[in-house]
Design a protein around this ligand. Structure first.
Ligand code: BTN
Length: 260
């Protein structure tokens, strides 16, 4: 496998131009070179709905459950957006799944693949290897959602052994400006549909690597359960074949797609 070439730098103009071509007018994207975390930035900058920030490098990138999220400079697409629902939406839990499905569908489109899948609740996988992670954090008025995608990361720079990058998985070196615009344009459509009351769970089911798997779920209290994941619902919960509904937890795929 060849090494990735030097990536194009992020550019606010290039992203705005690509969004315009895609007829997406919802987002305002700022680019920074270095920041602690794009999540922290939005939390402290009094954002408006549709504000997006993307960075070449984060010195204190965060993952779920207070984990670190590290990425070598310019090798990943790291961004956060602020979204304030038009109506009061009670099932904000579904938002992480909605964004995960939008990102996954866009990666499949952009690489002409069908191998990118969603792992409940917040990862995107390529053949069971993690390629992206999502983090949704509520504020008093809306949600800040952060996405980190390994784009051109070389094998030696991967943060964990079970991770991969778009480059390693597909041998394609995608331009992050165009990729971000495509993700945001698709997301705009999905968020609009969701706000209008459309049930998007079937879209998620079609992209899920978890539904149909024998899984181990590690729960926040330290206990774990093994069962088959059978479904998700419009609140974002995962349903197990033992009748349990999981709202928070880490999922490990033990035996993929028993049902297919
Ligand atoms: C996870 O895998 O647990 C979630 C990772 C989320 C990482 C993204 S990168 C952009 C945004 N800023 C952060 O500090 N975290 C999110």
């Amino acid at each position: 496998m060849s090494q990735p070439v030097e990536p194009e730098l992020l550019s606010a103009d290039a992203i705005a131009g690509a969004l315009q071509k895609l007829q997406s007018s919802y987002w305002r994207v700022s680019v920074v070179d270095e920041i602690d975390s794009t999540q922290n930035y939005l939390r402290t900058s009094n954002p408006k709905t549709g504000d997006v920030i993307t960075a070449e490098y984060q010195s204190a990138g965060r993952g779920r459950l207070d984990r670190k999220f590290d990425a070598e400079k310019s090798s990943a697409l790291l961004f956060s957006f602020y979204f304030e629902p038009e109506n009061s939406i009670s099932n904000l839990g579904y938002l992480t799944l909605l964004v995960g499905a939008s990102v996954t569908a866009t990666l499949n489109e952009a690489t002409n693949s069908s191998d990118f899948k969603c792992k409940w609740p917040n990862d995107v996988l390529f053949n069971e290897a993690k390629i992206a992670g999502l983090l949704a954090e509520k504020t008093s008025t809306g949600v800040i959602v952060g996405v980190g995608i390994n784009v051109s990361t070389a094998k030696a720079a991967l943060p964990v052994a079970h991770a991969t990058s778009i480059f390693l998985a597909t041998n394609l070196q995608l331009d992050r400006n165009t990729l971000l615009a495509k993700i945001l344009a698709n997301l705009e459509g999905d968020l609009q549909e969701w706000q209008s009351g459309r049930d998007l769970t079937s879209k998620y089911r079609a992209l899920s690597a978890t539904i149909g798997c024998q899984v181990r779920v590690e729960l926040p209290d330290g206990s774990s359960v093994e069962a088959v994941a059978v479904d998700i619902d419009e609140t974002g919960s995962l349903h197990l074949d033992n009748g349990q509904l999981i709202t928070v937890g880490d999922v490990i795929h033990l035996d993929s797609k028993l049902s297919q």
